[in-house]
Structures are given as C-alpha cells and as structure tokens.
Design a protein around this ligand. Structure first.
Ligand code: SF4
Length: 91
C-alpha cells in the first residue's frame, strides 16, 4: 500500500448512504465520506488502486482500463469500486 492519505469512502467497512456520508459496519454509525480514517481501516479495491487503471494524473478523473478487451477500452474513474472485477491488480 502507498503513503496515500485515505478517507472513510476508501474503506471496505464503509457503505455509502449518499455523496456526503455513509455507514461504518465496524463502529455501527454514520461517518462522513471524506474525513480521516480510524485504525480499523481496510482499503477497498477501487480503480485508482489497480495497475490496469490509466488516467492523466494532472487531470485525475476519467481514465481507461488497460485490461479491457473492448475497443475502445472502457472508461473507468478512480473511485469506481472494483471488488468484483476479475482483472483487478492491486498496486
Ligand atoms: S470509521 Fe474506520 S472502519 Fe469505519 S469506515 Fe471509517 S475508517 Fe473504516
């Protein structure tokens, strides 16, 4: 894992309610999406943490999946959850 700073929405224990908040399954309470994580943090698989994700780092946001067999390759965004993606490769 990198030295990247994580927030609740990057945690496997976080279930989103809306864009601003979600529910933590460990602490059994609502937490803000974008605030600092606790010691129980477990990083969830997302496109941003996958070796196949390719995007312009200056612009962030939309990129493509390099493992995609589609032409053109399918569009991916960094926060896309990838827990069921068979092509996911942890960075
Ligand atoms: S409070 Fe901790 S365990 Fe719960 S979602 Fe946030 S980082 Fe994850």
């Amino acid at each position: 894992m990198s030295d990247e700073k994580y927030v609740h929405k990057d945690c496997r224990n976080y279930a989103p309610i809306d864009v601003r908040k979600g529910f933590c399954h460990v602490h059994k309470k609502e937490v803000p999406a974008d605030t600092e994580v606790c010691a129980k943090f477990e990083r969830i698989a997302k496109c941003r943490y996958c070796k196949n994700f390719c995007a312009d780092k200056e612009k962030i946001e939309l990129g493509v999946c390099e493992a995609s067999m589609s032409k053109p390759k399918f569009v991916a965004y960094p926060d896309m959850v990838a827990v069921t993606c068979e092509m996911y490769k942890e960075t």
